[in-house]
Design a protein around this ligand. Structure first.
Ligand code: PMP
Length: 375
């Protein structure tokens, strides 16, 4: 078997040991004579996996007792609507920091959901430059640029913009904004589980699984119990965050195989040394690629300001689109896949999530050096 060097932005590379474990356990899970997919979500076999996944998330991230760890379905996109449905009271406004395409989407859904419930959503700060087709996002804001109104329902940030490659807190000068008593809400879909962070600074964090956590179909939430309790009760039960919180994320049938895979990934992550080791490795991988870009500045160009450059999604341009097409085509011949930038921005994007092996990054870096020298 020839496994590809997978630089996809998500669904992304999964750790081989997690996949191999699934292969081994597929037909006969826990000596039960059935696969995990065929078990009842109320049975002890599945429940053990479910509990282990949640316990591992708590342990790896150091989640305080005063926070719930929830597993829900619908993708991060569903949370764009579900968060305001829970947290915006009538007459209240939710505020958004927009530093890329996903922040724009979150805001747009926030507006629709809040308006439906007698509230509103608005931009607190945007780092967009230019308009229409020429609009660009090159950085996260400085703390001084973001002021949440004291009566805002929450302030929402996208901690890593997967398409534009801009990320908070990769440089100490670009921390998450301070919000005082206003809850800070973060979409951490492409920023989750590669480093430890202070969960208590956030009211709510959500992340789609298909980058660092597991397969698509699962969303992980960390949410303060206080916010869960305050959540609206006049929305359908299935959307209330208290529903998974009060039912151990087993109110209705969860995506059992997806959560099983999340368990496998988390167990692998713990076995590799946890988040401190993973952060060091990821920073090295990204630095290797940005290093090639900066050393070959007459050929490659990273549009993102240095202090905001993402450790998860390394984006860069070549001298022309023709060069970029050739770069993609040649990389494919070397078994490297997923390097094409998002269709809305073009260019090259190398996603360097946890399961992307340092050797693949080394191969990519060597290819980039060679390609630039050939010119
Ligand atoms: N937020 C971010 C930062 C993302 O990268 C993505 C998906 N790439 C989403 C939200 C949407 O996730 P989903 O497709 O799971 O709804």
């Amino acid at each position: 078997m020839n496994r590809k060097r997978n630089f996809n932005a998500g669904p992304a590379a999964l750790p081989l040991p997690a996949l191999e474990r699934a292969r081994e356990e597929l037909l006969d899970f826990a000596k039960s004579g059935m696969s995990v997919m065929e078990h009842s979500h109320r049975g002890k076999e599945y429940e053990a996996v479910h509990d282990e996944a949640i316990a591992l998330l708590r342990e790896l991230l150091g989640v305080p007792e005063s926070y719930d760890v929830l597993l829900v379905q619908g993708g991060a996109s569903q949370l764009f609507a579900q968060v305001p449905m829970n947290l915006v009271e009538k007459g209240q406004t939710a505020e958004y920091v927009v530093s890329g395409a996903w922040g724009e989407k979150a805001l747009s859904e926030g507006k629709a959901a809040a308006a439906m419930l007698g509230g509103a959503a608005r931009v607190a700060c945007t780092t967009a430059v230019g308009e229409g087709k020429d609009k660009k996002y090159l950085r996260v804001p400085l703390p001084s640029e973001v002021k949440a109104s004291p009566d805002a329902a929450y302030l929402h940030v996208t901690s890593n913009e997967t398409i534009h490659g801009v990320q908070y807190e990769v440089d100490p000068s670009r921390p998450f904004p301070a919000t005082g008593k206003v809850p800070l809400v973060a979409d951490m879909s492409s920023d989750f589980l590669w480093r430890k962070f202070d969960v208590s600074r956030f009211g709510l964090v959500y992340a789609g699984a298909q980058k660092n956590i597991g397969p698509s179909g699962v969303v992980v939430l960390l949410v303060s119990k206080e916010l869960v309790a305050k959540g609206r009760k006049d929305i359908p039960k299935i959307f209330q965050l208290r529903t998974p919180a009060e039912n151990k994320s087993l109110y209705n049938t969860p995506p059992t195989f997806g959560i099983y895979m999340v368990r496998n990934v988390l167990a692998w992550l713990k076995g590799t040394g946890g988040l401190a080791a993973m952060e060091a490795q990821n920073r090295k991988k990204a630095a290797r690629l940005y290093g090639v870009v900066d050393r070959n500045a007459s050929f490659y160009r990273c549009p993102v300001e240095k202090e905001s450059r993402s450790v998860m999604n390394v984006v860069f341009r070549l001298p022309s689109e023709q060069y970029e097409e050739r770069f993609i085509a040649e990389s494919k011949k070397r078994d490297m896949v997923g390097l094409k930038g998002h269709r809305s921005v073009g260019g090259i994007r190398a996603s360097t999530y946890n399961a992307v092996q340092p050797e693949w990054v080394e191969e990519l870096a060597a290819f980039m050096e060679e390609f630039a020298q050939r010119g």
